[in-house]
Every structure is written in C-alpha cells, then in structure tokens.
Design a protein around this ligand. Structure first.
Ligand code: PRT
Ligand code: ZN
Length: 225
C-alpha cells in the first residue's frame, strides 16, 4: 500500500500524453525514478509518487479521491463526468491548469460519398464512437435521435466494415480520416491535456507541496510562451 502522506499524481503510462506529462514534471524539478513497467514511480527529491495508468482510469482515480492530482485529456475527463452524472454517482474534481499538449477535437465524420446536409442527416443512423456521452449530449441538444455503436478502438474503420453510418472520433491532423475515406463534418468537443485535482482538503504539508508544484508549473508554461 502506498504511503498516503505522499502526493499521488496519476499520469498516462503509455500513449500520447505520457512523454509530455513526464517532461512537464521533470521540468518542474522532480527527479523521477521510473523502473520499466512498474505501476508506481517514486520521486526521489520530494514526497511524491506517480501512478502510471491508462488515461481512461485517471478521471475516476481523482473523482474517487484515490489520487491527488492527474494529467488527462479533457475529452476523457468530460466523458467520465457525464457518465457518472447519468448514473447519479459522485463526480467531483477541481480543474487546474490547461496544459500545452494533447490538443485534439472530437468530431463527426462520414464517408466522402455521404450526402451530408448537417447533423439532421444522421437522424436514425448508427454512429460508432468511444465517447457515447459526449456524442449523446451533442445530439440531445439538437433533439436528434441516433443509434450509438460503442467501440473502444478502430472506430475509423466502422463505416467501411458496415458497422456504422458515421463515426465520432478524435482528430488531430485529419490523416486517419482521410486514409479511411472519411470527411470531418462537425466538431463536437475541443480538448487538450489538463491538470486536475481531487476535491477536498489536503493536509498542510501536501497543500504546501502542491502550491510549490503549481507555481513551478506556471513558470515552466510561461517560459515556453
Ligand atoms: O492505453 P491508454 O488507454 O492509456 O491510451 P489510449 O490509446 O486510450 O489513448 P492515446 O494515447 O491514443 O490518447 C490519449 C489522449 O491523447 C486522448 O484521450 C486525447 O486527449 C489525446 N489525443 C490528442 C489524441 C489524439 N490527439 C489523436 N489524434 N488521442 C487519440 N488520437 C487518435 C484518434 O483516435 C485517431 O485514431 O489519433 C487518430 C487521429 O489522428 P490524426 O492525426 O490522423 O487526425
Ligand atoms: Zn485510453
């Protein structure tokens, strides 16, 4: 069991946010002792532990108060928030700094031959996504009904595979859509990485450590501007 007097920061173990998350913490002066595949990495020069997990688990770890801080994409955070709100579960967290990496958008896309005249063209259609709650919020606001096809990966091949009429997926350069014969039609959510904090009080030492870390982080971000 981890000593809970140490500040626990959840970061993505492997993926698009992991290198930048580590880089940011190192730039804040943390000496991270990262051993291969281990779940926990200790910081040598401060009472801080890094929990290396899948990005999807980070919002829950913060909302459940298991970790003190997390670095996560706002897309994943907002989806978890909506999921918990729908289930009537606790979903508290405190948003801290927006970070300068992980930028992307969650967009609708259809086959390039689809006669798309706006979201209404997708009424009653099946849409493949990993983000059903963000997708539902977009269509609910417009009063348009649709069927969701939940996929945790390879969303972009769903139309060609005959699984769906459209997709709702993350886009950064647009190359993946293009390679799959799809065109982006509507941006439904813009995202970037963000630092978040669990709600509730920290003891005095943890709070002082957090304040110091936040000040350093602001300095690192400003120096880059
Ligand atoms: O294993 P784990 O669950 O931790 O990782 P993951 O595979 O779920 O996530 P990962 O590492 O792919 O992405 C982590 C976070 O990076 C996402 O939640 C976003 O906040 C952010 N991000 C930024 C992106 C992209 N850009 C992105 N382009 N996440 C995914 N993509 C994918 C997209 O799904 C599509 O397959 O890249 C493809 C599109 O890219 P372009 O450049 O071709 O448009
Ligand atoms: Zn993930």
């Amino acid at each position: 069991m981890t000593d809970n007097t140490r500040l626990r920061i959840a970061i993505q173990k492997k993926g698009r946010l992991s290198d930048e998350s580590k880089k940011l913490l190192k730039a804040c002066g943390l000496k991270i002792n990262m051993k291969g595949e281990s779940l926990i990495a200790h910081v040598e020069n401060a009472p801080i532990d890094l929990l290396r997990v899948r990005d999807d688990d980070i919002p829950g770890l913060i909302m459940d108060g298991v970790c003190d801080l997390g670095v996560v994409g706002e897309n994943v955070l907002e989806e978890e928030l909506l999921t918990r709100q729908r289930a009537g579960e606790a979903a508290d967290y405190v948003p801290l700094q927006k970070l300068d990496f992980g930028g992307c958008r969650l967009s609708l896309a259809v086959d390039k031959d689809f006669d798309y005249q706006g979201p209404q063209s997708l009424a009653g259609k099946r849409i493949a996504t990993t983000y059903p709650e963000l997708l539902r919020r977009f269509f609910d606001e417009k009063g348009i009904e649709f069927d969701a096809c939940l996929l945790s990966g390879s969303v972009e091949v769903a139309p060609r595979a005959g699984l769906a009429d459209a997709i709702c997926d993350l886009v950064s350069t647009g190359a993946t859509l293009e390679a799959n014969g799809l065109v982006e039609t509507d941006v439904i959510y813009r995202s970037q990485a963000r630092l978040i904090r669990r709600s509730g009080d920290f003891n005095a030492e943890k709070q002082a450590l957090l304040d110091k870390l936040l000040t350093r982080m602001q300095g690192v971000m400003q120096a880059k501007e």
